[in-house]
Design a protein. Structure first.
Length: 147
């Protein structure tokens, strides 16, 4: 007996197959149980895939984060055209960007929303590089950055 599976290309990836957890009604409409959970499982797998990320996998991660190419580029310290080239397969993601992406994505997938906050703050730093002076205050036997 041949096991039935579903080739789940709707996620944008070529190599995802569902062995169960889905049904197709008489009209050919696909139903997937807990689709958010499925996408999280795919995301977790991509973090630790033992090779460079493929172009469609970079796009899947960006879509999972629900950000534009411009914002994604700001997160990784590159322009949106670099993201476009990575996603279309014209160039490969750089090793440094890929490692940073995987580590931040790992934190995000595992519920650390602060990871996105960190990216936003880094992006803000890029846009506000005028002031290099750092001021500190000593309060109650503790040092802290002055506002």
């Amino acid at each position: 007996m041949t096991k039935k599976f579903y080739h789940y290309t709707e996620c944008g990836l070529d190599d995802v197959f569902l062995l169960n957890g889905y049904s197709i009604d008489s009209d050919g409409v696909l139903f997937i149980k807990n689709i958010q959970g499925l996408h999280k499982a795919i995301a977790e797998r991509l973090i630790f895939v033992p090779r460079k990320l493929k172009n469609k996998e970079v796009r899947f991660i960006r879509h999972y984060l629900d950000v534009s190419q411009k914002v994604f580029g700001e997160m990784l310290g590159v322009d949106y055209q670099s993201i476009l080239r990575w996603e279309t397969g014209k160039t490969k993601i750089t090793k440094t960007a890929e490692r940073f992406l995987r580590s931040i994505f790992y934190e995000y997938v595992n519920g650390n929303v602060r990871a996105v906050d960190i990216i936003d703050r880094l992006s803000d730093l890029d846009n506000n590089r005028q002031d290099t002076r750092i001021e500190f205050l000593h309060k109650l036997d503790k040092w802290e950055t002055a506002a």
